[in-house]
Write a protein that binds this ligand. Structure first.
Ligand code: ADP
Ligand code: MG
Length: 247
């Protein structure tokens, strides 16, 4: 696989009137083209900080992020940030609109994406008329339409109830794979990470250091997130990651 970014010896400390907080300590890894990478670590360990470094919104205190491809990142967050005063279609167009790229061709693309992922007949509805899962799908389509090639997912499923989370995380990860995007998901949910990823990085508590890396084979073997959870190997991955987090 081809790397799209090298992160080398990244550290970041926040400075405030209460002193210095080191969030991330000497983290190095590569991101590969088209992979679904997850980062698991305890709450407050520095996961969101790392995503903002990857996006270029934050600069590390030391270390380098080398981008090897024309990367355009877009975030997907816990809150879907759909506007109730806009229709589903017009919400899905928002990214393009902000970039001044909304035209008949890109609008057509948005319609196609809504159609392809089961929201065609909801185009003219308001977000409140959608289920939680459909809202996340609409938010994803807005992200995909904005022509980003690397998606940064910051605990996007954590507001959903458990049952919904299982299906929505599976659905969203399948769409991302089908659209051949690179994804970096941060989560504190070990099962979620295993069920959607090609690779899982385990971070320690703050300051985050990279403790371990696991390659997950379910997807290269044709499984999806839900069927992966049924595999005996799933539990092995879970236990190994759990142990690393607990050390
Ligand atoms: P996570 O996403 O893993 O929960 P964060 O990256 O949000 O963790 O935060 C890591 C640590 O850095 C936390 O202790 C948090 O309080 C601190 N932190 C995050 N953002 C800031 C900031 N803007 N200023 C000061 N401290 C911050
Ligand atoms: Mg966070």
């Amino acid at each position: 696989m081809t790397p799209v970014a090298h992160l080398k010896n990244i550290s970041l400390s926040y400075h405030s009137e209460h002193g210095e907080t080191q969030a991330i300590k000497d983290i190095s890894f590569d991101i590969y083209d088209g992979e679904f990478l997850s980062i698991v670590g305890p709450s407050g360990c520095g996961k969101s900080t790392l995503l903002s470094i990857i996006s270029g919104l934050s600069k590390p205190s030391s270390g380098t992020v080398e981008i090897l491809k024309n990367l355009k990142s877009a975030y997907m967050l816990q809150k879907d940030h759909l506007f109730e005063w806009r229709t589903v279609f017009s919400n899905a167009c928002l990214g393009l609109e902000l970039q001044n790229k909304l035209n008949s061709q890109t609008k057509k693309k948005v319609h196609e994406l809504l159609e392809k992922y089961g929201l065609g007949e909801f185009s003219d509805k308001r977000p409140s008329e959608l289920s939680g899962g459909m809202r996340q799908r609409a938010a994803l389509i807005r992200t995909l339409a904005s022509q980003a090639n690397i998606l940064l997912l910051d605990e996007p499923f954590s507001a959903l109830d458990y049952q919904t989370r299982l299906t929505v995380s599976d659905e969203i990860s399948q769409i991302i794979r089908r659209e051949k995007k690179t994804a970096v998901l941060v989560t504190h949910d070990i099962s979620e990470a295993i069920s959607v990823s090609d690779r899982v990085l385990v971070f320690s508590k703050r300051p985050a250091i990279l403790k371990a890396e696991f390659k997950i084979d379910f997807f290269s073997n044709g499984k999806n997130g839900l069927s992966a959870r049924e595999e005996p190997e799933f539990k092995n991955y879970f236990n190994k990651i759990w142990k690393e987090l607990d050390k």
